[in-house]
Design a protein around this ligand. Sequence first.
Ligand SMILES: Cc1cc2nc3c(=O)[nH]c(=O)nc-3n(C[C@H](O)[C@H](O)[C@H](O)COP(=O)(O)OP(=O)(O)OC[C@H]3O[C@@H](n4cnc5c(N)ncnc54)[C@H](O)[C@@H]3O)c2cc1C
Length: 495
Amino acid sequence: MAESFDVIVVGAGNAAFCAALAAREKVQKVLVLERAPEEESGGNSRFTAGLMRVAYDGVDDLKKVIPDLSAEEIARTDFGTYSADQFLDDMARVTEFRCDPDLTEILVRRSLPTLAWMRSKGQRFTAAWGRQAFNIGGRFKFWGGLTVEAVGGGPGLVDSLTGIARKNGIEVRYRARALELLTDDSGVLGVRVKYRGKTQELWAKAVVLAAGGFQADPEQRVRYLGPGWELAKVRGTRFNTGDGIRMALAVGAAAAGNWSGCHAVAWERNAPEFGDLAVGDQFQKHSYPWGVYLNAEGRRFVDEGADFRNYTYAKYGRVILAQPGQFAWQVFDAKVKAQLRDEYRIKQVTRRVGNTLEELVSKLEDTNQEQALNEIREYNAAVQTDIPFNPNVKDGRCTRNLRINKSNWANTLDTPPFEAYAVTCGVTFTFGGLRINPEAQVMSSDGEPIRGLYAAGELVGGIFWFNYPGGTGLTNGAVFGKIAGMSASASAAAA
Ligand SMILES: Cc1cc2nc3c(=O)[nH]c(=O)nc-3n(C[C@H](O)[C@H](O)[C@H](O)COP(=O)(O)OP(=O)(O)OC[C@H]3O[C@@H](n4cnc5c(N)ncnc54)[C@H](O)[C@@H]3O)c2cc1C
């Protein structure tokens, strides 16, 4: 007997579970299909730090999401505000005004209510003191508009959402790979799936696709992102190979967004081909604003201090991939050592140390060492040391008259020991995907919604272009996952 469901959700990451939980509020039979085995389930969401960008007007708003903030924690923290207008400005600026205005407005305005809804389901959050705040004179001050993280990071988020889904009577099938959508002239009727080695047809009144981007498939990376992208490392799950996008395009869905664009960061040069859950996001190397980058020619190639890290890290992976040999060194001196993020202290790093700059550069393999030394000396001489260093603000402590200047946080490299870390490009997720409307219905290339088909998360196109404000991926998946689940269940209930 063929099985039938009210709503089938393809994927078991953050967007998928938000869709499933929202759908379950209205209908009985909700099924989640996860391609991965249980121990690798949860997609990229499991690999994250769980940081979620949310617009808030002060601590009272944050308490809707983190009700257990104590009086003592509030007293020792300057949470500031991150208004909806700031969030909208950040999205517009980093995407060079290409982000879909309607979807972006929804993303921003629904960020706080959606996280509060997740909290009401049992998902716990905390403040990201460890990564997004600096301790100044005993008081933590948040910078960069990113304040909330899921308890337990990405693994905590996925485990908790899975538990909440099960508690709400949602079935999750692992090793269940959706292969294609079942359709007739009226729209989508279900999914053909390979479950534990057997192909079967599952019927549904509505299907939500939340199966991630195509970043884990080197062939599609080259086809869409361009030559050389097969050489990037994949930061997260090996299971996001564009299945959801492909299935929808095959039934006439419209493509949208920045198909040649992706989120990509500085990532340990010798990291494995795909993410490793034991290391999580710790292969990333995000402290470059406090040092300088050098490429194989021994030259700086980017403004390390152009903006707060949250607004540059996602586009600099592409810049590193374009360097000779697809790698670079991040160079620091002892003055900033204490400020380097935790990820610099794991054992799987390619680190070189020297007590003099000469000794350090002599250890930089595959690199023009003479030029590297000259470059550091020229950089040191160009730093405007009369401007005080302040990591909390764009301090304007810059270099002058270099081929590529550093705009903020320019410290001279003069205090031993000196350290260099080798990085390459780690691709996080692709930006191109399916066109959806504000109800998260997948649009056909004829401009009409495809009946019974909804989408959310990484596989939606049109929201991120060129760059990305840190912590927006999970919020995007949550906001549109919830909308997709609500829309899908409404249409299932009406069917
Ligand atoms: C190392 C790393 C750190 C990150 N840190 C952050 C952060 O701190 N904050 C933030 O906001 N974002 C972060 N991101 C980005 C974030 O992970 C994504 O934007 C977000 O998790 C995407 O959620 P999703 O639900 O759309 O996709 P995913 O969580 O990737 O879920 C996709 C799901 O689909 C499944 N799937 C794929 N194909 C099929 C198929 N054919 N059939 C069935 N199932 C299928 C996958 O197995 C997976 O379960 C990070 C990403 C990485 C890799």
